[in-house]
Design a protein around this ligand. Sequence first.
Ligand code: ZN
Length: 160
Amino acid sequence: MIHQLQTISRGFAVNDSKSVEDLYQDLIVDHFKHPRCKEVLQDSTSSASLLNPLCGDEIEIFLQVRDEWVERATFQGKGCSISQASASMMCELLQGKTIQQAYELIHSFAGMMKEEGTPEEFQKLGDAASLQGVKRFAARIKCAMLCWEAAKLSLDRCES
Ligand code: ZN
C-alpha cells in the first residue's frame, strides 16, 4: 500500500515542476541514448574526424553534399554524453540545409558557447540550443564543440 502511494505521488509530481534546464537535460540524455543519424555514410562526399583528448571523445562526420545542399549528415563516434548528443543534434539539424546555412549554424553554435549571439539565433539551432548550459563548464565546451568543428572541416573540404 505504501509502495503504491509513493508510485502515485511520484507520477503526479513529475511534469509541473520541470524547469527549462530539466527539459534541456532530458533532450541531451535522449539524443545520447537514442542517437539520430549515427551511421557511416558509405557514399559521403566528404568527412572529417576529430579527437578531444581531454575527455576521450571521438567524432567522425560524414556529409553528402550536392549542388550546394547538405543532403545528408551522419556521424560515428564515442565519448561523453555531451559530445555524442551534440553530434546527434547537429547532424539532424544540418540535413537539408544549404552549405551557407550550415556554416551559419556552426557559427551560431560556437557563438552560443562564447556567450555571443542572440536568442533568435540560438532558436535556429533546434535541439542543439539545449546545450547552452554547457558554456558554464569550461572543460565541457570542447566536448560540445567537437562535432561542429569536424563538420566545418568537412564542409571546407567540400568547397575546395
Ligand atoms: Zn566529452
